[in-house]
Design a protein. Structure first.
Length: 125
């Protein structure tokens, strides 16, 4: 039961946070006033890709819980690989975006690290 709680909590946070990346993309890109059109496309792509990746991990966690054995070695590998990816993204965000005054970007490494810890715990408990 604890495994399910850890996994569903991580899934909910990831889907919520990923959606939070997708919805304000247009406004965020508009906030960059004096950059080239190509750079606006790159920022849009990066913002959307991170949001979609977070949603993907969250949805996969739910699908594993619904349709597979959550203790399956492949499922455990997915939890651990996703945790490593989230930790890498946390470090990237700490070194880049978290240096801005934007609060959601400052919270991003905390949310990703929290979800990574949940996934690691779910894979070892």
């Amino acid at each position: 039961m604890l495994h399910h709680t850890l996994l569903i909590t991580a899934a909910i946070f990831l889907i919520f946070w990923g959606t939070g990346h997708l919805l304000p993309t247009r406004a965020i890109v508009k906030g960059f006033k004096n950059i080239s059109r190509d750079n606006k496309y790159i920022i849009t792509m990066a913002w959307l890709c991170e949001g979609l990746l977070l949603i993907y991990i969250g949805v996969m966690l739910i699908l594993i819980m619904l349709f597979a054995d959550i203790f399956n070695p492949v499922a455990i590998l997915f939890y651990r690989a996703s945790a490593v990816l989230l930790l890498v993204l946390s470090i990237v965000t700490l070194l880049t975006g978290a240096k801005t005054p934007v609060l959601p970007i400052k919270l991003c490494p905390i949310v990703k690290t929290f979800c990574a810890v949940l996934l690691i715990l779910a894979s070892i408990l």
